[in-house]
Design a protein around this ligand. Structure first.
Ligand code: HEM
Length: 128
């Protein structure tokens, strides 16, 4: 077909790999995010690699391996405040800068990521 996916436009598997490998060290370095992530991020990185591949129109790796993503439900065990959603998006923003994704394709990625991040919020702001 003549429809190019975001996945293809950004360079496919190697670019998704780069995104997850740049993103999670930033997550671990963020004081609001570090406490809710596991010490060993190997599986987290692999799950996110599979998910982002399909989220951006590539092969359905996540669903093949783990079934329907149900991401909001999978995030319920974690306290996700609006501040944590902002922190997640800040790490992702820095990641897209570092990986060198710019222009209209980035805008498309960003609107999907931002919508998903706010959708994941399941807890009010902590006042302290
Ligand atoms: C898993 C936090 C947003 C995709 C996780 C985990 C945490 C987390 C703590 C579990 C890690 C583990 O045990 O391996 C957050 C926070 C977010 C956020 C604080 C802020 C809003 C997002 C968004 C996406 C996403 C926007 C997708 C675009 C995933 C995926 C997994 C995951 C695919 C793995 C699920 C699984 O298969 O177990 N997230 N997340 N997350 N997150 Fe997020």
């Amino acid at each position: 077909s003549n429809q190019t996916t975001i996945y293809e436009a950004i360079g496919g598997a190697p670019t998704i790999r780069q995104i997850v490998e740049v993103f999670y060290p930033r997550v671990k370095a963020h004081p609001l995010l570090d406490p809710i992530f596991p010490e060993d991020l190997t599986e987290t990185i692999e799950n996110q690699y599979m998910f982002l591949t399909q989220f951006f129109g590539g092969p359905g790796l996540y669903t093949e391996k783990k079934g329907h993503p149900m991401l909001r439900a999978r995030h319920m065990p974690f306290e996700i405040t609006p501040e944590r959603a902002e922190a997640w998006l800040t790490c992702m923003h820095e990641t897209l800068d570092e990986v060198g994704i710019h222009g209209p394709i980035r805008e498309q990625m960003w609107s999907r990521l931002a919508m998903s991040a706010y959708h994941m919020v399941n807890h009010e702001s902590n006042t302290q």
